[in-house]
Design a binder for this molecule. Structure first.
Ligand code: FER
Length: 293
């Protein structure tokens, strides 16, 4: 009798979550699904919440010398549960928005919970996640007028800091695979634009690219992609997502349309929401599960 009771409780607990994940209506009404290149199941309830009794990753600050800026700069690094220097890891570089810095993702998007939960569910390949400061200038703090021309320009300069300074630092100070097959670049808003601008230009360095709610710093796809068949063959994943009520939606939409006209395989996910954290948490949840596989 006790066994039967346990069984009933277990089934009651399991069935709703399973049918939630599998329900086709979740795709349509839950996320206003509009994507190509695969099926996107919206993140389940609690995906970004702290789950008790699971192994956890760690976060540390690192400092590297930037030849680009001419000073030592800081970044944050998440190492996954069970991290050991006797294994070799993939690396995801995750970039912030115009008002953010290296702490923005960690403080506002719950990446630690999202990733720890996905590892507990066996849905991620082992990766370290680097959270840089993408404003490559002497004073890189998001203070004063965050739209000031020198601050906006510093988001462009970050291309050289990333490629020449930060990536080489990570490659030599962490146990990582130092090649494009094992490197991903993604970001939110300004960071989404950076990911497209730098990623598509440096496909010898990154083969997994994600852009969440890309900002107007995004260059035209036709400028970034001059040899579509070569780009298509070098990419492992190009992911675009945006909230349906985001004021910047046209940036992603236009990029998606250009990619279609150039026959560049990519995923396009129209999420629920505006220019806000829940769309970026959701973007990380979706993108992180699809990389390094
Ligand atoms: C702009 C509007 C928004 C712009 C940048 C943003 C550079 C960035 C928003 C964000 O990062 O959240 O016109 O120009």
């Amino acid at each position: 009798m006790k066994k039967l009771f346990t069984l009933v409780v277990l089934i009651t607990l399991l069935v709703p979550s399973m049918s939630y994940a599998a329900s086709p209506t979740q795709n349509i009404s839950g996320a206003a699904a509009a994507f190509s290149g695969g099926t996107v199941i919206p993140a389940p309830q609690g995906y970004d919440a702290y789950r008790h009794n699971i192994p956890r990753g760690n976060v540390q600050q690192i400092s590297y010398y930037s030849t680009t800026v001419g000073k030592t700069r800081n970044a944050m690094v998440y190492t996954p549960p069970g991290y050991t220097t006797s294994k070799t890891y993939n690396v995801l570089y995750l970039l912030h928005g115009i008002g953010g810095d290296q702490y923005e993702w960690l403080n506002q998007m719950n990446p630690r919970n999202i990733l720890d939960n996905l590892y507990a569910d066996n849905k991620l390949e082992p990766m370290i996640v680097v959270f840089p400061n993408g404003r490559a200038m002497q004073d890189d703090r998001p203070i004063g007028d965050i739209f000031a021309p020198d601050k906006v320009a510093a988001f462009e300069t970050f291309e050289f800091d990333l490629i020449n300074d930060l990536v080489p630092y990570i490659d030599t100070h962490f146990p990582v695979y130092a090649n494009a097959q094992h490197r991903a670049l993604a970001g939110l808003s300004m960071g989404g634009g950076q990911s497209l601008n730098f990623g598509l230009k440096h496909l010898d360095k990154f083969s997994w690219i994600g852009a969440f709610s890309s900002a107007p710093n995004t260059k035209p796809a036709s400028q970034l992609i001059t040899n579509p068949s070569q780009t298509a063959s070098q990419l492992n994943l190009l992911w675009l997502s945006c909230g349906a009520s985001d004021n910047l939606l046209s940036v992603s939409q236009n990029f998606h349309n250009s990619l279609n006209s150039m026959n560049i395989p990519h995923m396009w996910y129209l999420d629920v929401g505006g220019h806000e954290g829940k769309v970026w948490s959701s973007g990380l949840y979706q993108f992180s599960q699809r990389i390094f596989k």
